[in-house]
Design a protein around this ligand. Sequence first.
Ligand SMILES: Nc1ncnc2c1ncn2[C@@H]1O[C@H](COP(=O)(O)OP(=O)(O)OP(=O)(O)O)[C@@H](O)[C@H]1O
Length: 256
Amino acid sequence: MTEAGMIPKMSVRGLTRHFGGLVAVNQVDIDLHAGEVHAVIGTNGAGKSTLINMLSGEIAASSGSILLEGGDVTQMPQPRRAKAGIGRSYQRTTIFPEFTVLENCRLTAQAQAGARPWRIWESAQHCAASLERAHTALARAGLAPHAQRLAGSLSHGAKRQLEVAMCLATEPQVLLLDEPLAGMGAEETERMLELLQELKTGHAVLLVEHDMDAVFRIADRITVMVNGSVVATGTPEQIRVDPLVRSAYLGEEEHA
Ligand SMILES: Nc1ncnc2c1ncn2[C@@H]1O[C@H](COP(=O)(O)OP(=O)(O)OP(=O)(O)O)[C@@H](O)[C@H]1O
């Protein structure tokens, strides 16, 4: 059951980013609700990464606003946004391969909890709260049996699951997932989709993903971007039959 009728966890209005003369993201409005996977799709260069980077605080918005549970986070730097409840995974792998799966998760939880960087290694040994958060996140991501393995020895799919677990260890309100299915085989994709389905309970999930089959299966809501602008937002059923989307994005086979 979705919690879509409630106030959005994240509400974005008029979000815009210029790179010189290029408008990479143009006046984007988007609402992310707890209990929903909201996918953002679009052709290469449509502005999806720029959007996610603005939401996580990695790049500044040129204009517009981002509210997290009603509070304005538009000017908040990335570390504070992470503390406020915005978690994200990246297209590239960000794990420490020579540490165990559990240590990777625990260090993320520890860093997010506000430990001083130069004391992370020392205090990570002792911080029971971070350890508990790490165990909880690993269990939720289906990685508990691999907790003591070196992260570098995991399969590609399991590494992506670990990234999601690391994100969960920060106990976010909003999860921003950047192509979590990239490079996965069919079985790994299925496992990740099950995880995403489970994860949306209690979280708002924004999913940027190129695998259209997966998007149409998993998403509760889809926003379609073309050249930096939103051309449509709706349920998968609405998006599938939207004439603008069909001509601008879903492509020729729809017209056959
Ligand atoms: N740092 C930057 N400086 C200049 N232009 C940029 C920068 N980052 C992105 N762009 C441009 O902004 C536009 C949107 O790029 P973005 O990476 O957000 O698209 P995308 O939808 O994520 O594409 P892809 O699916 O290929 O990852 C593109 O034209 C890109 O070249």
